[in-house]
Design a protein around this ligand. Structure first.
Ligand code: 8GP
Length: 838
């Protein structure tokens, strides 16, 4: 560990000290924690110690808000949103909390008075990477907005011991390393073992009649685990609200099975502990692809059961009667991962609280809302029946009962249409039998939504067509958003200062106010300032690139960025083909006028997704050739920044000139990176897909580089028997590109390396890269020309930012509150410990 600058020994007082200034108090508290929490003094302290001392200092400042908030919600018995998500991709907490508390500048000052640099300490935080990508990051933005809008809310999820893997590159290939984010402890959480709950798994069910003849079902599990909640406060922006993110850790009910232990089987006794803890051990690293593993289903059930039991406990302490469950809680299912909650709530209400089925069903349906996040068939969760029964025997019975009643309804409505009944059933019965989780979520919810306009339409027309026909009123759209606190105020302090200097600070809470920037797009001074900020952000990113990739890039070149999970539908390889096309043009015409470009890629591939890993290898291989070639290196650089994460994203978005959003139309549900880029002044090159469509509508078609087939055209082209070879035959540049790869130009003569990728494109091209290639290349021509007029580019960049207000997650959350959850804000007065009587 590096030794940081030494803290000056008599640090109680700094230079221009007022006795009670915030900086002085921060400094005091910091030193207190360095001594009494970390047990260190400057000569021995590491950067991590300093980070932790500051984190504890900040946490103390959160606790009063947290307690005040809990107190207010308890007193009022407030209606509460429970956001159930298997993933929360929070990113580092320290900087965000400083921003939301309004202490960022004070913290910087007090650290620098001690000879420490705040940025260095911020980078010491290991981010909790408890998510894969878009879906998990959306959950994180949502709980930020819920707190900022003062909505009583709890985020419920899993406290994975190992989050998303750490990506390294070895010889240009992705290599995964485990993510040990808890290594140095987590100062942001508080364990609440007193609220632990027991979760059953496996076994069988038994039936018996009581004296009155009523039938009771008893679930006899073959094991139980303990769910222990760990709470993290989630601050609103500059208000008194601190909501809770409650993540469950799995533990053995008893550390030792004494019966086994007494037989002398120590290993067996410890084993039970190990098996139980496995439940929250590791996040499955698949994005939009299900793996059908038993442990994954057990994980899902584990956190959902813990969360629903926790809600029942809260109701009890607030004396809310059971039949008011749906009035106390609005429960949102973030995709189908928590959809088992529908059956679990039924089980809790009927089996454990003896409620009548019909009443329980009525409550259940009024409780849940379901958000779908993907149209990809391979991402739709279905569980083999046998596996499901092994883990959740009672839930399978409940699902059968729900299904029987539901299919009766379908038959009544659509007399004689048995094909429809088969399609809509919660159980897939053609071939191997499966439980269809999306159907369970639809049947058990009062509201169903997609995450961008096009996506919500496609759900209605395609994936959930039958359900839409049956219940059109349940369907709606909630276009995603992202939090401007993290993605502008924290990530881009330079831009934040410039914007606030021009229009005040209101935009951080009401992002629509960015519109007031529009007139500044014509002001040469403002434009110069804007450009200088982009340049400075690019310089910062260049430093990172030099350190992490060993490649020197020129901050005056255009930074063309594609960061997101690596997936064929997202088409990172379309960009790769185009880069090879540019390279070929430059090689054959060395005097070609071309806007110098730096292509920056980042993103993780699922460890078992071979093709995605090969795409990474292709990009790194192109980089190796291009960056070394003196004939083109002034015009073209290609870098793959390893380990794209929230932390890295915060440096990348602010430094981008061009945002690549190039998925095959109809495949990307929404995208949220596209919004982060636009807010930070990048222009988009993109298809008519997901929220790109709404972004283009907002920023204006003239400030957006559109290309490619529409979703409808893609469907038509494919329906007519798409033949990628025809496009290849008709496009000389594309032929050259493919031929260079085929002949091993980027693989030191190895013609085999990329063969699977090339063969897949030439023979199938499932995501229509060839069909879109020329249109993409043409759009890039327009980008290049536009970028050369730097005044006009800056104008467009400002307009992109100014018109991105719609994409604040505050707007999204306000819509959920109004249309789905029916919840109201609750203002929190600050409570001092002196006000409390025990
Ligand atoms: C993503 C969508 O792909 C993306 O378009 C959207 O912006 C984001 O969700 C938030 O709505 N979907 C997933 O991340 C996803 O399905 N992940 C799988 C791990 C479940």
């Amino acid at each position: 560990m590096n030794q940081p600058q030494v803290v000056s020994p008599n640090s109680g007082r700094g230079p221009d000290d007022e006795p009670d200034s915030p900086t002085r108090r921060l400094r005091h508290a910091f030193l207190h924690h360095l001594f009494y929490t970390q047990g260190k003094f400057p000569a021995l302290a590491t950067k991590t110690d300093y980070y932790l001392a500051l984190a504890h200092t900040v946490r103390d400042r959160l606790l009063q808000r947290w307690i005040s908030t809990a107190n207010e919600y308890t007193k009022n018995g407030s209606r509460t949103v429970a956001y159930l998500s298997a993933e929360f991709l929070m990113g580092p907490h320290l900087g965000n909390n400083l921003i939301n508390l309004g202490l960022f500048d004070d913290a910087r000052k007090s650290m620098s008075e001690l000879g420490l640099n705040l940025d260095d300490l911020l980078y010491e935080e290991e981010e909790p990477g408890l998510g894969n990508g878009g879906l998990g990051r959306l959950a994180a933005c949502f709980i930020d907005s819920l707190a900022t809008l003062e909505i009583p809310a709890v985020g419920y999820g899993i406290r994975y011991e190992f989050g998303i893997f750490h990506q390294t590159l070895v010889d240009g290939w992705q290599v995964e390393k485990t993510d040990k984010w808890l290594r140095y402890g987590n100062p942001w959480e508080l364990a609440r073992p007193e609220w632990s709950v027991t979760v059953k798994l496996g076994g069988h069910t038994e039936r018996m009649q009581d004296n009155s003849g009523q039938l009771h079902v008893r679930w006899v599990p073959n094991r139980t685990v303990l769910g222990v909640p760990y709470d993290t406060p989630i601050l609103g922006y500059r208000n008194n609200t601190a909501n809770t993110l409650r993540l469950w850790k799995a533990e053995a009910p008893e550390a030792f099975d004494f019966a086994v232990f007494n037989r002398g089987d120590y290993q067996g006794a410890v084993n039970q502990k190990v098996v139980s803890e496995n439940l929250s051990k590791v996040l499955y690293p698949n994005d939009e692809h299900v793996e059908g593993k038993e442990l994954r289903l057990a994980q899902q059930y584990f956190f959902v059961s813990c969360s629903l039991q926790d809600m029942l406990r809260i109701m009890k302490t607030q004396h809310v009667p059971l039949h008011e469950f749906h009035e106390k809680f609005a429960v949102q299912l973030n995709d189908t991962h928590p959809a088992i909650g529908v059956a679990e709530l039924m089980r809790l209400l009927t089996d454990e609280h003896q409620m009548h089925w019909n009443q329980a069903w009525d409550i259940t349906r009024k409780t849940f809302g379901y958000t779908n996040h993907t149209l990809l068939p391979e991402a739709l969760e279905r569980w083999p029946l046998e596996l499901f029964k092994r883990v959740l025997p009672r839930h399978l019975e409940i699902i059968y009962e729900i299904n029987a009643r539901f299919l009766d309804e379908v038959r009544q409505r659509y007399f004689g249409d048995e094909a429809r009944v088969t399609r809509m059933s919660l159980i897939e019965e053609t071939g191997e039998r499966y439980v269809r989780m999306a159907h369970l979520a639809c049947v058990g919810s009062h509201a169903i939504n997609g995450v961008a306009e096009l996506h919500s339409e496609l759900l209605k027309q395609d994936v959930l067509k039958d359900f839409h026909e049956m219940w059109p009123a349940k369907f709606g759209n909630k276009t995603n958003g992202v939090t401007p606190r993290r993605w502008i105020a924290l990530a881009n302090p330079r831009l934040t200062r410039l914007i606030s200097g021009a229009i005040g600070e209101g935009w951080i809470k009401r992002l629509e106010e960015l519109r007031q920037l529009e007139p500044f797009a014509l002001d040469p001074n403002f434009r110069a300032g804007w450009r200088e900020i982009k340049r400075a952000n690019k310089r910062d990113l260049s430093d990172v690139i030099r350190k992490r990739c060993g490649v020197a890039v020129d901050p005056s070149s255009m930074f063309d960025v594609q960061v997101k999970r690596i997936h064929e539908y997202k088409r990172q390889h379309l960009s790769a083909l185009h880069i090879i096309g540019l390279y070929h043009r430059l090689k054959t015409n060395p005097n070609l006028e071309m806007t110098p470009r730096t292509f920056i890629f980042g993103g993780k591939a699922a460890p078992g997704y071979w093709m995605a890993k090969l795409i990474i290898r292709l990009i790194t291989s192109i980089g190796e050739v291009v960056n070394r070639d003196p004939a083109v290196r002034d015009k073209l650089r290609v870098v793959f920044l390893p380990n794209f994460s929230v932390t890295n994203g915060q440096r990348i978005y602010p430094a981008a000139d061009l945002s690549e959003q190039i998925s095959t139309a109809g495949k990307e549900a929404s995208g949220t990176g596209n919004m982060k880029f636009a807010m930070n002044g990048a222009l988009t090159i993109g298809t008519m897909d997901g929220a790109n469509i709404e972004i283009r509508e907002q920023v204006g078609a003239e400030n957006f580089f559109l290309f490619g087939l529409t979703a409808h055209e893609v469907a038509t082209v494919r329906g007519n028997g798409y033949r990628p070879q025809d496009y290849l035959d008709g496009n000389a540049e594309l032929r050259e590109v493919i031929s260079l790869i085929r002949h091993g130009y980027f693989s030191r003569g190895d013609g085999e390396l990329f063969r699977p990728l090339v063969d897949s494109l030439v023979n199938h091209d499932p995501y229509c890269l060839f069909a879109d290639y020329q249109s993409y290349a043409d759009a890039h021509e327009r980008v290049g020309t536009a970028y050369r007029d730097s005044e006009d580019w800056t104008r467009m960049s400002i307009l992109n930012s100014a018109r991105s207000g719609l994409f604040s997650s505050d707007r999204t959350i306000a819509e959920y509150c109004r249309d789905i959850w029916n919840v109201q804000p609750v203002q929190v007065p600050i409570l001092s410990h002196e006000d409390v009587r025990v």
